[in-house]
Design a protein around this ligand. Structure first.
Ligand code: HEM
Length: 416
């Protein structure tokens, strides 16, 4: 006996998805009283699901695959082609190991030092400025940090342009018209530049330090023992640079949280490691970033009496799982202390995907994200003072990626 999956009637709901953004899946899970429903997106049948058990099955490699899943507009901007996101099976495991090899404790320590250095330099500059648009400036700090940590040489006069190209890659996938095309052009430009750099590393003309992404990826060999195509190695180096720049979004939301919840700010002032960790986790749970992850059913299977047919596009609700009342008490309340007794399940808290880092598609950069956020938070709370003038700090749960409208303007920046 199987159950039929609750179904959203109609020809196509891509527009509703755009209109409802982060809440699209959660709204329907609530109205269907189910963690799963069927709909039609981009002209084809799709299953949407959310919650801890849904995440568990979604990250089961024998049931879902990734090849060919990303729509062209996402591949051409956010992901690039033939990168780790699009691989399955042994090829994925092998490539993922390459990513995880640069996430060692030593490399993370180095990253923390680099991040602190670039925050310090920025802070000097901000003290001379009448006002600072925090998101814009943080994008640049992150771009410098990303390049230095990854071993990618970039000239001072190119930093702003590169930061703009990297941000365009994650800001443009859902945009329409010129903004979307700007994202595609940005990707083409950066891919070409990094691909040339990979060749220069192989020719001995550029010598990045061992253990950096540029060095590791340039010399990585696939399962057949071949070096990666320079274009693919380039896509993978960008898979390090782009998302580090994207951490600017979380840093901006951290500043918003510090502003909105002064009692939490006080706890951070003590520098207590546990308080900082819980705050960062709550920022990643509470604020919107990636709405969902996508995969395709590998072979027919039955889960909870529902039939999943081979080839069906399946979306896992990341935002909705982080706001699922079955998992989180009062999910709409910003409350870092909820992480005090969190069980650490790899399927209940999934802002950067779930499951296992090495075996599945969970974000390779989650530790990087957490460490960079901690260093940045320390600057925001303990190393500087600033005023927040009247401005529109609201953010939308419809536009993806979301961002406070004003991008957070700060004034009178002083070193503490
Ligand atoms: C800015 C905060 C970040 C967010 C919200 C985020 C989110 C995600 C999500 C949702 C996925 C896909 C999970 C899936 O497909 O099931 C992912 C994958 C990935 N992320 Fe992140 N990420 C962030 C930062 C980073 C950083 C800093 C890096 C690298 C330094 C990184 C590298 C990757 C890579 C390589 C993958 C592909 C993993 C795979 O397919 O096996 N991400 N990320």
């Amino acid at each position: 006996m199987t159950n039929s999956i609750p179904k959203e009637e109609g020809l196509d709901h891509s527009l509703s998805l755009l209109r409802e953004g982060y809440l699209y899946i959660l709204n329907r899970r609530q109205s269907f009283h189910a963690d799963i429903f069927e709909t039609r997106l981009l002209g084809k049948k799709a299953i949407c699901m959310g919650g801890k058990e849904a995440a568990d099955v979604f990250y089961n490699n024998s049931k879902f695959k990734r090849e060919g899943v990303a729509p062209n507009r996402v591949a051409e901007t956010l992901f690039g082609k033939k990168g780790v996101q699009t691989l399955d099976g042994d090829a994925h495991k092998h490539r993922k190991k390459m990513f995880m090899s640069i996430m060692s404790p030593e490399r993370l320590e180095k990253l923390k030092a680099i991040t602190g250095k670039h925050w310090g330099i920025a802070l000097e500059k901000w003290q001379q400025m009448d006002e600072v648009v925090l998101y814009e400036e943080t994008l640049e700090i992150m771009c410098r940090t990303a390049c230095e940590w990854a071993g990618v040489p970039v000239e001072e006069k190119e930093v702003k342009k590169l930061a703009d190209d990297l941000r365009a890659m994650f800001e443009s996938p859902t945009a329409i018209g010129p903004s979307h095309w700007a994202g595609r052009h940005a990707r083409n430009r950066v891919e070409k530049w990094i691909s040339d750099l990979i060749e220069q590393v192989r020719d001995g003309k550029v010598n990045p330090e061992e253990g950096t992404a540029l060095h590791t990826f340039a010399w990585h060999r696939d399962l057949e023992g071949h070096l990666l195509d320079p274009e693919i190695a380039s896509v993978e180096v960008i898979n390090i640079l782009r998302p580090i720049v994207a951490i600017a979004v979380y840093i901006t939301f951290s500043a918003l949280a510090v502003h909105h919840y002064p009692e939490e700010r006080e706890k951070l002032k003590s520098g207590n490691e546990k308080s900082v960790q819980m705050f960062v986790q709550e920022v990643r749970r509470y604020y919107p970033f990636f709405p969902f992850a996508a995969a395709e059913v590998k072979e027919d299977f039955i889960w909870k009496d529902y039939t999943f047919e081979k080839g069906t596009l399946t979306l896992l609700d990341l935002f909705g799982t982080n706001h699922d009342p079955a998992i989180w008490d009062n999910p709409e309340v910003f409350q870092p202390s909820r992480f005090e007794n969190w069980d650490g399940s790899p399927f209940s808290f999934i802002p950067q995907g779930g499951g296992d880092y090495y075996l599945g598609h969970r974000c390779a950069g989650e530790w990087v994200t957490i460490e960079i956020m901690k260093v940045s938070l320390n600057f925001l709370v303990n190393q500087m003072t600033y005023d927040i003038p009247e401005q529109d700090l609201s953010y939308s749960l419809v536009s993806i990626p979301s961002m406070p409208k004003s991008k957070i303007i700060i004034q009178n920046v002083q070193r503490q």
